[in-house]
Design a binder for this molecule. Sequence first.
Ligand SMILES: Nc1ncnc2c1ncn2[C@@H]1O[C@H](COP(=O)(O)OP(=O)(O)OP(=O)(O)O)[C@@H](O)[C@H]1O
Ligand SMILES: [Mg+2]
Length: 350
Amino acid sequence: MKENECACSPLVSEAWTAMKTTPSAGFVDRHAEPRPDLKSKLRVKVCTNGARSRKSEPPVAASTNLALDRYVGREIIGVGGMATVVRAFDKVLLRDVAIKIPNRESASARESTRFAREAQVTAELEHPNVIPVYDFGTNQRGVPFISMKLVKGETLEDTLARIGPARLEPAVLHELTHVFVRVCDAIAHAHSLGFIHRDLKPSNVMIGELGQVYVIDWGVAHLISVPSNDVQAHGAFGGEVVGTLRYMAPEQLQALDGRLDERTDVFGLGAILYEVLTGQPPHEFKALADIAFNRAQVVITPPDAGAVSAALSRIAVKAMSHEMTKRYQSVRQLREEVERFQDAGRRAAR
Ligand SMILES: Nc1ncnc2c1ncn2[C@@H]1O[C@H](COP(=O)(O)OP(=O)(O)OP(=O)(O)O)[C@@H](O)[C@H]1O
Ligand SMILES: [Mg+2]
């Protein structure tokens, strides 16, 4: 197996091939309701982060005119709360790349700095499961951009939406846990260098056509010991709320910046596992008003015991404990538990 390939490659890549070709022949028909909307690479993602959407300002980047000498914009392949990602042709190296630019052309100096930092952090992380960065710069209009490896595949969010209930079939679940373990590897590596991601969710995980797994969007990652200067939204308790509300740990929702550490990402990993099991984010905070109302008391409904593996369910729920001391204290511990589940599955299949 190649370094960055996971054991799940055949099925995931089959899924991708099926999505690109005829839906009648492959994975889609056998495992899921077809989702024609997800078959278009030109899809525009719904922003899942109320705190970050700026509905009044249409994304200026929603065009492939990048104003970059070296790159020719081809098509929009993703729109997040902060940025638009365009497939572009690199005229020097004669290959397609992904170019990320801010949604607003009038990006403030602070946003531009943040963008540069995202590029630097991602570049520093260098890991088989972290998206490789190629370049950072500003275009002719002064807008910052990041050029990176183009992942020919889809996000884990898209995979889960497309395969629907088939995600719980033992073989598929087994493959999804392999994807999850690769995500754990990326995050454990980031932690070893002192960075936490802070925005873990299925749309920030990409699966390539060979089954490669990449954690993307390190835009709000920060050094654990350094207090964050990022401003995404003002929290209900006077601090700053950074991340995506429905996946956030309580200490993030309460903007307790000083308390964030590796266990905040353990919560985020638990949230990803939860969505793999249930098809839903772990909680329903969609707006900052909800936080003020609920005082960030995150209530997580355990996955339906009749439908979902009890062992994986326990792991996800423990990872998302309200008290940080009750979570896995490191990504390594969480990863080991998931591997124990995989080993048990393998033994049972023999
Ligand atoms: N390297 C890549 N190759 C292919 N598609 C990508 C790549 N990077 C990002 N995308 C697509 O673009 C979308 C938005 O990218 P990204 O998550 O980096 O933006 P964002 O604005 O920071 O997102 P968020 O809403 O999470 O803040 C991703 O969910 C994915 O669909
Ligand atoms: Mg994102």
